[in-house]
Design a protein around this ligand. Structure first.
Ligand code: FES
Length: 159
């Protein structure tokens, strides 16, 4: 469903809620819909969802923070997702993530000042045999070490 951008944020959120009318467990698909519509889940949607779904703001918050899928601020121009799934952990994913955090000066889920890079974690990219796996702007890379990660980030930044 396409929602016209001349509508207010609240109206756009309500339209997404309406699109999932009658579904069981609809908060998650609604939140995915909001992220698809706005690029992230803004704090301002919490009271609207609480009211529309007749649940507490704390419940909405709980779901947003529990699932790592939801971004709380607009993403940077480059999105780096480091896999922390079991198979990747066994071949150095934690080291890779720590390196990315140091290098970018951000924690997981944050964006560098200026909006250049957002660092995200995922828990499997379906590339387990070739870990550590990393996705940069939607492209998957395997056997990524710290140097390769630096190169990938620099290349993405140069585009
Ligand atoms: S655990 Fe990293 S790709 Fe599957």
């Amino acid at each position: 469903m396409t929602v016209g951008h001349s509508l207010s944020i609240e109206d756009r959120v309500r339209a997404i809620v309406t699109a999932h009318d009658g579904e069981r467990g609809r908060l998650l698909p609604i939140l995915h819909g909001i992220q698809a519509e706005f690029g992230y889940v803004d704090e301002a949607v919490v009271p609207v969802l609480a009211q529309e779904l007749n649940i507490s703001r704390a419940d909405v918050h709980g779901v947003i923070t529990f699932y790592h899928d939801f971004r709380k601020a607009p993403a940077g121009r480059t999105e780096v997702r480091v896999c922390r799934g079991e198979a990747c952990q066994a071949v150095g994913a934690e080291n890779l993530m720590a390196h990315a955090q140091r290098r970018l000066g951000v924690s997981t889920g944050e964006t560098t000042p200026g909006g250049d890079v957002t660092l995200e974690q995922v828990f499997c990219l379906g590339n387990c045999a070739l870990g550590p796996s990393v996705q940069v702007n939607g492209r998957l890379y395997g056997r990524v070490g710290t140097e390769r990660l630096d190169t990938l980030m620099a290349e993405a930044d140069a585009r």
